[in-house]
Design a protein around this ligand. Structure first.
Ligand code: B12
Length: 623
């Protein structure tokens, strides 16, 4: 995890946070330039919102086997998983709902075929990920819908030429084979092809199920392919085309005989883009087409029978972004167009929907001596739920060298999903065309500094979310429906720090969260009030070591509703992961990992087992 300032402090400029002045120099160092905050390259130190970057090198070092493994380490993140690898996963950023985090892949919103509006991290293959940029706090004024809790941008492209082959094995018959080849053709073209295969037999996620069909292991298999060409035409124009896809299969437990217990998910994404640069002006046009097919069926009956369900989604995106470097800052403006088409069906019922959304945004940052100002505004015109305006403003003041105070206010919104508005017959969910977008307002104050070797940040925030969309099931009519019913207030304090002591590198996150629904002050389910995350890395005799400790305090499994008059408590838990990497030769690195070292028995969703201690061994050969 690259914590914001560390690299910039070393190149101390007029002020420690005056990243703009050094932007050009830092462009050479991937880690210190981010693209997610304002949709244009900027030094991480110039971003006022808390930002983290995870590089592919770190993912390899930690030997993360899934995107969930990576996200779990980040500050302000709670995770629930209905089992192990490949099982439905919800990520809650800063206490917001799982649907409140915008997930981008290469800057384009990930299509979400489901009715709940949740980006299911369990299905994104880790082999696709070259880098993750993570911004905490709302960002709707830059991206539009879904960015209430934060933004996670998964970047699949890297410019580093080279070739690599990895072979790995592990507990529960885990196997992994992947390879990538990035080749420069002349000095203007980079061609990349990559493929990955990951398979685990898994374990039984619901051992207490009364049905014999549920006593099997619930495994996961993923096949991934990625290919792309980047070409520089001349000093002004550069372009890319890429295509990637993954086919995943996961087993789960139905809870009744001949119920759905198998999922097959297919994704195919094609993207192209053209960038024009002239002096301080950059313009980029990007187009993308994503296709998802998400099948759920009963393994006892097979895919081709009447109970099989299919969410079939096409998403098209066109983005035109422009940015000008002005003085010590930047102005960016652009247009986003998105079209979603979804057909959700089984043998007896089918619903088809189409939605168009056009967004216009303007963002600006400027540094005046020790003060940095940032603002953004955006309007989204959606053919179904109308117009939504969002804005944000932030100011940072470096009151003494190397210490900065920041203050920000941001509004955000969350679009209801197609199925939530127009119903889904196969799930017996009726339509509610009056459903409105969820809206949020967040205040945040931050203090950051470099005290001796310690690079730290303290943030306190309050996020008020109105019009929360909830689900209600009517037992008399057997129909479910979504309503805007509640509001919630989330207060939080987070402290992040990193420092080097000798050969040791430390990263620490402390979080205190108070997320409550307003109607009765009840604590929101699945959020731990306290979190403590600690990561220790060192290299000795060429052996790279990483220890990650994560403590998630107690939480609740549910909120009270028509079925539950009480909240079920979930105990807190601590996990320790240990990873070691050793370069046997300059080409071959051997890596070992023990996940959940102390074999902690814990649950994140009531009734669903989580992995115990797991061992992994990987060999990586680079050419
Ligand atoms: C309630 C519920 C639903 C409700 C959600 C209502 C709502 N509030 O919006 C409805 C009826 C819509 C639903 C639908 C489906 N569900 Co459901 N659902 C549940 C259930 C019982 C509780 C949800 C919950 O509290 N989750 C736990 C907390 C941790 O997460 P949360 O963020 O607070 O909850 C959200 C997600 O769970 C999400 N969700 C619910 N189901 C699914 C399924 C998928 C694939 C995803 C990505 C998200 C998702 O909806 C919740 C509210 O937003 C769980 C079982 C369980 N006890 O967890 C199954 C469960 C999550 N559902 C499951 C399945 C298979 C489905 C369907 C695919 C069934 C089908 N064939 O259509 C659909 C598809 C949903 C989609 N992709 O949008 C499986 C997932 C299995 C797996 N490992 O992949 C589970 C684990 C049940 C099981 N068999 O074990 N579901």
């Amino acid at each position: 995890m690259t914590i914001k300032k560390s690299l910039l402090w070393t190149a101390l400029s007029a002020t420690a946070f005056s990243g703009w002045a050094h932007a050009a120099a830092e462009d050479n160092n991937n880690d210190s330039v981010v693209v997610t905050a304002n949709r244009t390259q900027q030094p991480v130190s110039s971003v006022l919102a808390p930002t983290d970057v995870v590089t592919r090198e770190e993912i390899d070092r930690w030997q993360a086997k899934s995107v969930t493994d990576v996200i779990r380490r980040l500050p302000g993140v709670d995770i629930t998983q209905s089992g192990g690898m490949g099982q439905t996963t919800s990520v809650y950023v800063r206490g917001t709902e799982a649907r409140h985090t915008l997930v981008l892949v290469d800057g384009i919103p990930l299509a979400k075929p489901g009715i709940t509006g949740i980006a299911d991290f369990s299905q994104i293959p880790i082999a696709l990920v070259q880098r993750i940029e993570f911004i905490r706090g709302p960002r709707s004024a830059v991206y539009g819908a879904d960015a209430i809790g934060g933004v996670i941008n998964i970047i699949t492209q890297t410019d580093e030429p080279g070739a690599q082959v990895d072979v790995g094995v592990g507990s529960d018959h885990y196997q992994q084979y992947d390879g990538s080849l990035r080749q420069k053709i002349g000095d203007k073209t980079l061609v990349t092809v990559a493929g990955a295969f990951q398979d685990t037999k898994g374990f039984n996620v619901q051992p207490d199920s009364a049905y014999s069909v549920d006593s099997d292991r619930d495994g996961f298999r993923s096949k991934t392919f990625w290919a792309g060409i980047d070409h520089t035409f001349n000093d002004q124009f550069a372009g890319f085309v890429r295509g990637y896809g993954y086919d995943n299969k996961s087993g789960y437990d139905a809870g009744y005989q001949d119920g759905g217990d198998e999922r097959q998910l297919y994704n195919h994404t094609y993207e192209g883009g053209l960038t024009f640069t002239e002096g301080d002006y950059t313009s980029q046009l990007t187009g993308s087409f994503q296709k998802y097919k998400d099948y759920n069926y009963a393994s006892t009956l097979g895919l081709y029978q009447s109970g099989t369900t299919l969410d079939d989604m096409d998403q098209r995106n066109l983005q035109w972004g422009n940015s000008f470097r002005i003085g010590q800052g930047m102005v960016s403006a652009g247009v986003d167009w998105q079209q979603q088409k979804l057909t959700s069906s089984d043998a007896n019922a089918s619903d088809s929907y189409t939605r168009d959304n056009t967004g216009l945004y303007l963002t600006g940052q400027q540094q005046f001596g020790t003060v940095t100002l940032e603002g953004a505004a955006r309007g989204d015109d959606n053919n179904q739920f109308g117009w939504n305006g969002t804005w944000q403003a932030a100011a940072g003041w470096e009151f003494i060298p190397a210490y900065r105070v920041t203050l920000s206010y941001s509004t955000g919104f969350q679009a209801p999903t197609l199925g939530q508005m127009y119903g889904q017959q196969r799930l017996y969910i009726s339509s509610n065309p009056d459903l409105e977008a969820e809206r949020s307002r967040q205040w945040e104050v931050g203090l950051e500094g470099l005290s001796g070797p310690l690079d730290w940040r303290l943030s306190a925030y309050q996020n008020k979310i109105n019009n929360l969309i909830d689900y209600y099931y009517d037992e008399a009519t057997y129909q479910g429906s979504y309503y805007n019913v509640q509001s919630a207030t989330i207060k939080g304090i987070e402290w992040t720090g990193s420092m080097e002591t000798g050969i040791f590198s430390h990263r620490i996150t402390l979080t205190y969260l108070d997320p409550r629904r307003d109607q009765d002050n009840e604590v929101l389910a699945h959020r731990s009030k306290q979190q403590f995350k600690y990561q220790l890395d060192w290299t000795m005799f060429n052996l790279d070591m990483d220890i990650a400790y994560q403590y998630f305090g107690k939480s609740y499994n549910n909120n009270t509703n028509q079925y539950a008059s009480e909240q079920r408590r979930m105990p807190g838990y601590s996990l320790v992961d240990l990873s070691a990497s050793y370069p046997v030769t300059s080409h071959l690195t051997v890596r070992g990992r023990i996940a959940n070292l102390f074999d902690k028995d814990y649950e994140t969703v009531y009734g669903y087992e989580t992995p115990g201690r797991e061992y992994y061994l990987t060999g990586s050969y680079t050419f």
